[in-house]
Design a protein around this ligand. Structure first.
Ligand code: 5AD
Ligand code: SF4
Length: 440
């Protein structure tokens, strides 16, 4: 087999999308492709897409347009468009009309069957395949690239929550959990190849294993992952607040490798909006969960996702979201303007909010969060934090960089030999997003 072919994989969207892109790249390896960053010399370009907001789709459509020009310059290059955007009902036909230069179209459910598609394309065909349902037997994840310090590991796929704004359940299907042994084996083999930190991925990790008998839940899985030798840290995303159990908080409090970081998307601080979003919790319940976290884990970090301008959101509703930020003190908040997604319930709701109002609310939210983040990080000055050393800092190669247990980025003076291990760093300076310090 020819062995000098190059694949460039572009990823849009969340960590699941990143993980899927790794799977696709891994599959191409079996066809003799090696990963590259140079699109001009690529033999295959894969674009793994996202459709969670219109802004992501617009960016991707722009990229697909650019790839048309690439194809005009180089007729031999193959182009694959995969993932969430393609999986949306009715999307394939629309996209195909718009981009006849694409060689492979595949949805989220048949990514694991990408080798069959690639094989056909290598024979000169153009292929388009989107399965309506996943086939469980094909969801075997090939190993990620060797020697990486951090890896994302899927523990479950899909989502059953149907938040009214969200397209994810429509493109990633119903919730299904991987068997614990399969997950543990994957992590053990990652650790054997040099990995020291894993992030366990699910749209709602707190409902992991709900179909298992005998009962086995996410906290049970964390306890087992915590036993894996040479693994240093375990992270997990995303926690739906409605399912965050005391058992899970207690497990994180006790597990040595379990990072004290909860990504707990609130989406809105108004009970009226939360109900319209079908989030199934109230602001009071959410606050009680945060209180429980801080009671059992005083130094825990809480991060969140917030949407502004959901249909029907009044100034008062928005004020309640701001009030929530002042109460919880998020160390980071990912903030979004509501984006209408065809096929979701919220897209049909009246009282859509005008763009200028959404923009104003987003600006306000971001400035409140910047201030919160700055204050929280400045409180770290003079303290010691545990950092997993990743390597030289990109902005300042004389310094090292790594992350705290709370997932804060730290730039520090240290020793190159500590890359891949845990060190204690004293914090001397802090900005909104970065801590600066030195190894003691
Ligand atoms: N519009 C804006 N933001 C959205 N999100 C999901 N769907 C939409 C939408 N239609 C946000 C939510 C979610 C994050 C991953 O993306 O905040 O938690
Ligand atoms: Fe979307 Fe809600 Fe599922 Fe998260 S929990 S993926 S926001 S439907």
């Amino acid at each position: 087999m020819e062995n000098n072919k190059k694949v460039v994989t572009l990823v849009y969207g969340c960590q699941m999308s990143e993980r899927d892109a790794e799977t696709l790249t891994e599959i191409t390896r079996h066809f003799g492709y090696s990963p590259s960053d140079d699109i001009e010399t690529a033999d295959l370009v894969i674009v793994n897409t996202c459709c969670v907001r219109e802004s992501a789709e617009n960016k991707i459509l722009g990229k697909i347009g650019e790839l048309k020009k690439l194809k005009e310059r180089n007729l031999d290059v193959k182009i694959a468009i995969t993932g969430c955007m393609v999986q949306q009902p009715g999307a394939l036909e629309r996209l195909q009309k718009r981009a006849p230069h694409v060689d492979i179209w595949a949805g989220t459910h048949n990514l694991h069957d990408f080798s069959a598609l690639l094989h056909r394309v290598e024979q000169g065909e153009k292929v388009a395949e989107v399965w309506q349902e996943p086939k469980a037997t094909l969801e075997i994840t090939p190993l990620a690239e060797k020697g990486k310090l951090h890896a994302n590991v899927n523990i479950m796929y899909g989502c059953d929550n149907f938040c009214t704004y969200c397209i994810v359940p429509h493109v990633r299907g119903r919730e299904r959990s991987r068997r614990p042994n399969e997950i543990l084996q994957e992590i053990e083999s990652l650790v054997d190849s040099g990995c020291r930190e894993v992030t366990l991925l699910g749209q709602n990790v707190n409902s992991y294993g709900k179909e298992f008998s005998p009962a086995y839940d996410f906290a049970d899985l964390l306890q087992q992952v915590n036993q894996i030798a040479f693994l240093l840290r375990i992270r997990f995303i995303t926690s739906h607040p409605k399912d965050l159990s005391n058992k899970l908080i207690e497990t994180v409090a006790e597990g040595e490798k379990l990072c004290e970081h909860f990504h707990l998307p609130i989406q809105s601080g108004s009970n009226f909006i939360l109900e319209r979003m079908n989030r199934k919790y109230t602001r009071e319940y959410y606050l009680s969960r945060v209180k429980k976290i801080h009671k059992l884990i005083p130094n825990a970090c809480v991060t969140t996702d917030i949407i502004v301008g959901f249909p029907g959101e009044t100034e008062e509703d928005f004020e309640q979201t701001l009030a929530m930020m002042n109460q919880v003190h998020y160390s980071q908040a990912f903030t979004f303007m509501y984006s209408k997604r065809t096929g979701t319930l919220a897209a049909e709701m009246e009282d859509q909010i005008p763009l200028d109002v959404k923009k104003r609310r987003l600006q306000k939210l971001m400035s409140v969060q910047n201030q919160e983040s700055l204050e929280l990080r400045q409180q770290m000055i003079g303290k010691m934090v545990e950092v997993l050393v990743e390597g030289p800092s990109r902005t300042n190669p004389k310094r090292l960089t790594g992350r705290t247990r709370g997932n804060d980025l730290v730039v520090f003076v240290g020793n190159l030999e500590t890359i891949g291990s845990l060190v204690n760093v004293r914090i001397n300076e802090a900005g909104s997003w970065t801590l600066i310090g030195e190894v003691e």
